[in-house]
Each structure stands twice: as structure tokens, then as C-alpha cells.
Design a protein around this ligand. Structure first.
Ligand SMILES: Cc1cc2nc3c(=O)[nH]c(=O)nc-3n(C[C@H](O)[C@H](O)[C@H](O)COP(=O)(O)O)c2cc1C
Ligand SMILES: Nc1ccn([C@@H]2O[C@H](COP(=O)(O)OP(=O)(O)O)[C@@H](O)[C@H]2O)c(=O)n1
Ligand SMILES: [Mg+2]
Length: 235
């Protein structure tokens, strides 16, 4: 929360007045106001309204010119910056990227990940679209019940599409890759990494597969049963 402005700090009450002045157009040029009007809109006495305007002027947030029936007010650059700071705070509250944090334990799968990741039809796309050549295999995570439910939030993310393809013998399904970081509690993390969701899979929702350029077990020192945290980056 930015209440500092130069040597004179202004409080929330003054910022509220500053916002209303800006809404009236004082960020673009002079607007005519009276302390009576400001008082009414902020439900305070005339005296309080005058004091707030004075505080804004002292802080260098507005410039004023008094005329017989009121005053002309314009926001200074510092005043605009003070409002922008508020704006950034609200942006952080409402628009912050919300990474999805999922928890589970390291587990061994069916030993098929290695085969699929190594297939040239997929491998070529990983290099092109993810920017790295993945370690041949998928690091499997057995998600907690809660994380298994929460992973549905990934539906709103925008994954990297790995296209399906075919060779002489069969067709291979598409897969979706979500940028992620793999962590061990209170310890190291590995990035880049991606959650990979093959269209055709033998696993249920409670299993999550991760690919990365590194051998994650070695990199993070995990064995089956160890707790891991997957942070899926919101796009
Ligand atoms: C990139 C990729 C593509 C896959 N495509 C297919 C597929 O076309 N058909 C299929 O039956 N399984 C496919 N699988 C899924 C595997 O059969 C299996 O569900 C899983 O990846 C095995 O992982 P695990 O060995 O770690 O247990 C694919 C897996 C990956 C990673
Ligand atoms: N980036 C990766 C990919 C796989 N792995 C591990 O490499 C091995 C081979 O992967 P895989 O998918 O064929 O095997 P399973 O997951 O079926 O056990 C497994 O032990 C994975 O956990 C890893 O440590 N780091
Ligand atoms: Mg695997």
C-alpha cells in the first residue's frame, strides 16, 4: 500500500478524494470544484474536505487555483503516480497470475513413458515447441485427493499442443503440455518442466506425468513415496 508521496504522506481519505478528482477529469486538465461539493460526496464536513484538499496540495499531488466561487484543481504527475500505485495494487489482487499448486508423491508407472517420449514423432515437437529435448520418460506423481480435484482448474490454462501422428503401423494420439515447476518441500526445484497429459493414457486423474530435460529423480533426489509439489503456471 503506497501512502508515501515525497516528504508528505497522504492517507486513504486523501487518496479517495484524489480518485474522485481524477474521475471528474482532473488527471487530464483543470476541473472546477468546491470544497462543499467534495464534502458532500465524501460525507464529511466542509472543513474536513478543505483539509484533505490542502493535504493533497502539500503532498504535491494536486495544484490549485482559487477563484471567487471555488477552485480549479489539476492532478500533478505525482498525483497520477499515486493513483497508479493503487491501480497496480488492485491489479495484483484481481489479475495476478494464479499458479496452481498440486501435491502428491513420486511414484513408478508402467515403464511406458520412456518409449513414448523417445518416439521421433513426439520428440521433434518437444524440441520445437518446448525448447528442450526431454529426458526419455515421464516422472509420475500420485496426486492427493484434493490435488486430483484441483487439477480440473487446468482446463482454463492454455497448453502447448503436441499433435498426434502416425507411422506405418499405428496412430499416436495428441498430448498437452503445461509449463510447470517440480519442487520438493523446503528444498530444491526443477524448471523447466511440463505436465504432460496424453490424450490416450492408461492412467487416471490421480496420476500426473511430468517431463523435463533433466532426470528429475536424480536432480531432486526423490524416490517413490517422497512428497513433491507441482506448480503449474497459469497462462
Ligand atoms: C507423449 C505421449 C504420447 C502418448 N500417446 C499414447 C498413445 O497414442 N496411445 C496410448 O495408448 N498411450 C499413449 N501414451 C500414454 C502411455 O501409454 C501411458 O498412459 C503413460 O504415458 C505411461 O506412463 P508411465 O510409463 O509413466 O506409467 C502417451 C504418452 C505420452 C507421454
Ligand atoms: N524427466 C524425468 C522423466 C522420467 N524420470 C524417471 O525416469 C524413469 C523412466 O520413466 P518412465 O515414464 O518410462 O517410467 P515410469 O514412470 O513408468 O516408472 C522413471 O523412474 C521416472 O520417474 C525422471 O526422473 N525424470
Ligand atoms: Mg512415467
Amino acid at each position: 500500500m503506497a501512502l508515501q508521496a515525497g516528504t508528505h504522506a497522504v492517507g486513504f481519505d486523501e487518496l479517495a478524494v484524489l480518485k474522485v478528482l481524477a474521475l471528474d477529469g482532473a488527471a487530464r486538465g483543470e476541473v472546477k470544484v468546491s470544497s462543499g461539493d467534495i464534502a458532500e460526496r465524501h460525507d464529511v464536513s466542509n472543513q474536513t474536505a478543505s483539509r484533505r484538499l490542502q493535504a493533497l496540495e502539500n503532498a504535491g499531488h494536486i495544484e490549485r487555483e482559487t477563484v471567487s466561487d471555488g477552485q480549479y484543481v489539476v492532478l500533478t504527475d505525482a498525483g497520477e503516480r499515486a493513483l497508479k500505485h493503487e491501480y497496480e495494487d488492485y491489479r495484483a489482487i484481481f489479475e495476478a497470475r494464479r499458479d496452481l499448486t498440486l501435491r502428491g508423491t513420486a511414484t513408478s508407472g508402467m515403464g511406458e513413458g520412456r518409449h513414448y517420449i523417445s518416439l521421433p514423432g513426439y520428440n521433434r515437437q518437444f524440441s520445437e515447441k518446448l525448447g528442450y529435448d526431454p529426458y526419455p520418460g515421464t516422472f509420475n506423481v500420485d496426486l492427493t485427493d484434493r490435488s486430483r480435484r484441483e487439477r480440473s482448474a487446468m482446463a482454463s490454462f492454455d497448453p502447448v499442443h503436441i499433435d498426434g501422428w502416425e507411422d506405418e503401423e499405428r496412430t499416436y494420439g495428441p498430448a498437452y503440455c503445461y509449463p510447470a515447476t517440480l519442487e520438493v518441500p523446503g528444498g530444491h526445484s526443477a524448471s523447466p518442466a511440463h505436465v504432460i497429459v496424453p490424450d490416450r493414457t492408461h492412467h487416471d486423474e490421480d496420476q500426473m506425468e511430468i517431463i523435463a530435460p533433466e532426470h528429475l529423480r536424480d536432480e531432486l533426489g526423490v524416490i517413490d513415496g517422497d512428497e513433491v509439489i507441482v506448480r503449474v503456471a497459469a497462462e
